[in-house]
Design a protein around this ligand. Structure first.
Ligand code: NDP
Length: 330
């Protein structure tokens, strides 16, 4: 089967030559192991950090070795109790066609309940990030005005919709094109949205939320975070989820320059890592699954066909080529 290796560590924006598609033998499962034919691979922003040789909450990818990440697929060989050929599973050995792994590191998923790719997006890691980040980290409460950046992406599109379903007073989003802005308002039910490339974020946010905001869910950092600090009301809360505007920067960002405002406004800014919120998984799956079935919540995917296009899909996601979750159909 084919698998992606890290060929070089990017300086700034990743380029196709940083990745190499390599043919590798498919290993037969040993005791307790399964072999999975991957159906969908996840490409996620955090993988950009793993391409750098720096210590973080996930170890860096090794040069010349296979990359990993979320994947869903079907068991094609099993030497593990409780796993049969044909079972659908979610696991961590993405970026490849076939994966042989300890079955303890795979979770069975139900392809009848939702399309398999949903377990990489709305019903998976990004979905839980949105749910936990809004409800637990930002302590969202009914009547809050919520602003989310990266609002047309996997996490952001769910943050806005969960806020609406949970009784937000007003939901505002920003995204990188007029088309995405239209989707936020027309498909996801945001009250207002703007294109951050069309003008200063602070000005557009002030117009979209004239009475200020109570919660900011930050996927972007930099200018967005500075604008949100300016717009936040007293006792406002910020979930620091991501800072994608700076993942490819080679020098430290300039802002936010107005952080001292957080003192007088008694703001709470809290970082999050989704892995800390596993205890919410059951409640999340039940509630978000229910909204999906009732049609109250929309989840889009951008599907790139072919394992050979996974690197392009990843780079495309960093540039905003996706609406909703970006996945690769193997
Ligand atoms: P998305 O589906 O949102 O895809 C990334 C999007 O980022 C692109 O579509 C693009 O949309 C936007 N983007 C790229 N560059 C910029 C920029 N300079 N300024 C503003 N937007 C930009 O990805 P995810 O939903 O998977 O992730 C969203 C964020 O959440 C990321 O920051 C990620 O790192 C973080 N995250 C954090 C987790 C945690 O545990 N802390 C877990 C999961 C995700 P556009 O066209 O609008 O520019």
């Amino acid at each position: 089967g084919r698998e992606w290796h890290l060929a070089a560590r990017p300086q700034g924006w990743p380029v196709p030559a940083d990745f190499a598609l390599v043919e590798a033998p498919v290993r037969q499962p040993g005791p307790g192991e399964i072999t999975v034919r991957n159906a969908y691979l996840s490409v996620d922003p955090y993988m950009r950090g793993r391409m750098n040789d720096v210590k973080s909450y996930v170890p860096p990818y090794a040069l010349g070795a296979p990359m990993d990440g979320g994947a869903v697929g079907y068991v094609v060989a099993s030497a593990a109790e409780g796993f049969a050929v044909g079972d659908a599973v979610l696991h961590g050995l993405g970026w490849r066609e076939y994966a042989t792994l300890d079955a303890a590191h795979a979770v069975k998923v139900d392809p009848e309940l939702a399309p398999l790719s949903a377990y990489l997006g709305v019903l998976g890691m990004p979905g839980l990030t949105a749910y936990a980040g809004l409800l637990e980290v930002a302590s969202f409460k009914e009547g809050d005005t919520v602003f989310v950046s990266g609002a047309a992406g996997a996490v952001g599109s769910l943050v806005g919709q969960i806020a609406r379903l949970k009784g937000a007073k007003r939901v505002v989003g920003s995204a990188g094109s007029a088309e995405k802005v239209a989707t936020l308002v027309e498909e996801y039910g945001f009250d207002a949205a703007f294109d951050y490339k069309a003008g200063p974020v602070a000005e557009q946010l002030a117009a979209a939320a004239p009475e200020g905001i109570d919660v900011y869910f930050d996927n972007v950092g930099g200018e967005h975070l500075e604008a949100a600090i300016g717009a936040l009301n007293v006792h406002g809360r910020v979930t620091l989820c991501g800072a994608i505007a700076q993942y490819n920067d080679t020098s430290a960002p300039a802002g936010p320059r107005n952080l001292a405002l957080a003192i007088g406004k008694r703001l709470r800014l809290q970082g999050m890592i989704v892995g800390d919120h596993a205890a919410l998984r059951g409640q999340f799956a039940a509630e978000v699954g229910g909204w999906l079935r009732s049609g109250e919540l929309r989840s889009d995917e951008t599907v790139v066909e072919g394992v050979e296009n996974a690197a392009d899909a990843f780079i495309g996601m960093l540039r905003g080529a996706n609406t909703g979750k970006m996945v690769v159909a193997v």
